[in-house]
Structures are given as structure tokens and as C-alpha cells.
Design a protein around this ligand. Structure first.
Ligand code: HEC
Length: 82
């Protein structure tokens, strides 16, 4: 997953522990802890882009990611720090 995240460019805006352009993945994991619908919703947001959850800077869409890849990445993000 780390490799797929690197290949997909996630780390140009995110890091595990600290906010860069986007929120730290540990903070994303904490925010959606216990939210059963978060994986599907966030996977869609990674593919289509979106804003407003963390501030005014939008995340651009990643249409090249397949649905299952986006879901795997999001599940990996949501397990960050564990
Ligand atoms: C160009 C910068 C950029 C790139 C590249 C990027 N992100 Fe983001 N990401 C952001 C920003 C900015 C936000 C905050 C959006 C918001 O406030 O709703 C964000 C938010 C998120 C969130 C939380 C969304 C929410 O609604 O809480 C997840 C999960 C995420 N990114 C995963 C990824 C993954 C996985 C990748 C790689 C495929 C990626 N991001 C690539 C900028 C980026």
C-alpha cells in the first residue's frame, strides 16, 4: 500500500504524521474511527476529488485509480498509526 500511495502521488500532499497540503493520515484515521461508512465515502472522494472536510484546500481527483485500489488505499489510511 505504501508503494501504491507513493506511485499515486498521495505523499506530495500527505504524510503519515504531519499535515502537509492535506491532513496527516493519522488525523484522518482518528477522525473517522468507528465510522462504518467512511471507507466507501472516502474512496469515492479520493477518486473524484473534494473539499470542505479539513479546510478550504481541495483534493484533486485521481481518476486513474481503480475503485478497489482507492478503497484499499483508504483502508490503509484509516488503519494509520495502528
Ligand atoms: C494535490 C494534493 C493532494 C493529493 C495529491 C492527495 N491529496 Fe488527499 N487531500 C488533500 C487535501 C487538501 C485534503 C483535504 C480535503 C478536505 O478538506 O475535504 C485531502 C483529504 C484526504 C482524505 C480525507 C478526506 C475527507 O473527506 O476527510 C483522504 C482519505 C485522502 N486525502 C487520501 C488521499 C490519497 C489516498 C491520495 C493518493 C491517491 C491523496 N489523498 C492525494 C490533498 C491531496
Amino acid at each position: 500500500m505504501q508503494a501504491l500511495a507513493e506511485k499515486s502521488g498521495c505523499f506530495s500532499c500527505h504524510s503519515m504524521q504531519t499535515k502537509v497540503v492535506g491532513p496527516a493520515f493519522v488525523d484522518v484515521a482518528a477522525k473517522y474511527k468507528g465510522d462504518a461508512e467512511a471507507p466507501a465515502r472516502l474512496a469515492q472522494k479520493v477518486r473524484e476529488g473534494g473539499k470542505g472536510a479539513w479546510g478550504r484546500i481541495p483534493m484533486p481527483p485521481h481518476p486513474n485509480l481503480k475503485e478497489d485500489e482507492a478503497l484499499q488505499l483508504v483502508n490503509w489510511v484509516l488503519s494509520a498509526g495502528s
